[in-house]
Design a binder for this molecule. Structure first.
Ligand SMILES: N[C@@H](CCC(=O)N[C@@H](CS)C(=O)NCC(=O)O)C(=O)O
Length: 213
């Protein structure tokens, strides 16, 4: 049995797994199964038995055990080959990467998600059963302010957590893709962030993951 990733192909969080898997050269070990979130396939009894959170992605290991949450899944994948470059080579490195990833998750990816699900049509009425437009709009403001913060962060470094590509970049990529989908653009005056986007978008792992979408 290969590693199996349950995903809605092209959605921001599953994208994180595809990028990490490609960075680690693990694509040949992984089978992908599409779970159509727009049709609520992530809320079926069958899928909830795999991931009770009812969210994609989920990773089923060779022995049948299931991992959910991108942070945990990317951690696992990073341990499967070579050095743990994506998540951290030692305690200090891991701490810096994990701090940066967490900040980007809260301040950007989740803020964009909250805007999308609350202040736009989101995934449609069957999925968006509760919406709070004002809270959604507030989160658009938070996401836009965070872009300015990220531009400042990149003043003295070329990647989000320092001098190499890590999960902090991967989550920021997912955030930028989601933001694009929700029609939140990176302002052109944010030159550091624009240069970072051009840099990471040219990586084969990112190209491959985006092409699968
Ligand atoms: N914290 C979770 C977030 C996963 C998540 O929100 N996935 C989205 C797709 S990008 C989803 O399943 N949405 C369906 C829903 O909210 O009902 C992770 O890191 O895996």
């Amino acid at each position: 049995m290969p590693l199996t990733v349950y995903e809605h192909t092209g959605f921001p969080n599953p994208l994180r797994i595809r990028i990490a898997a490609a960075e680690k050269g693990l694509q040949d070990r992984i089978a992908y199964r599409h779970i159509d979130v727009t049709k609520n396939e992530h809320k079926t009894q069958e899928f909830l038995a795999l991931n009770p959170s009812g969210l994609v992605p989920a990773l089923q290991l060779e022995d049948g055990a299931v991992l959910a949450e991108c942070v945990a899944i990317t951690d696992y994948l990073d341990g499967q080959s070579g050095e743990a470059d994506l998540t951290g080579r030692d305690a200090r490195d891991r701490a810096v990467i994990s701090m940066t990833q967490k900040r980007i998750e809260d301040g950007f990816l989740n803020a964009v998600g909250t805007y999308f699900h609350h202040a736009t049509d989101g995934l449609g009425p069957d999925v968006e059963i509760y919406q709070n437009k004002e809270w959604g709009e507030k989160n658009r403001e938070r996401a836009e302010a965070f872009l300015v913060y990220l531009d400042g962060l990149l003043e003295d470094r070329i990647y989000m957590a320092g001098d190499r590509f890590t999960v902090a970049d991967i989550i920021a990529i997912a955030g930028v893709v989601f933001a694009g989908f929700a029609e939140i653009a990176i302002p052109t005056n944010l030159e550091n962030l624009t240069a970072w986007r051009d840099r990471v978008w040219s990586r084969p792992s990112v190209t491959e993951a985006l092409q699968a979408a």
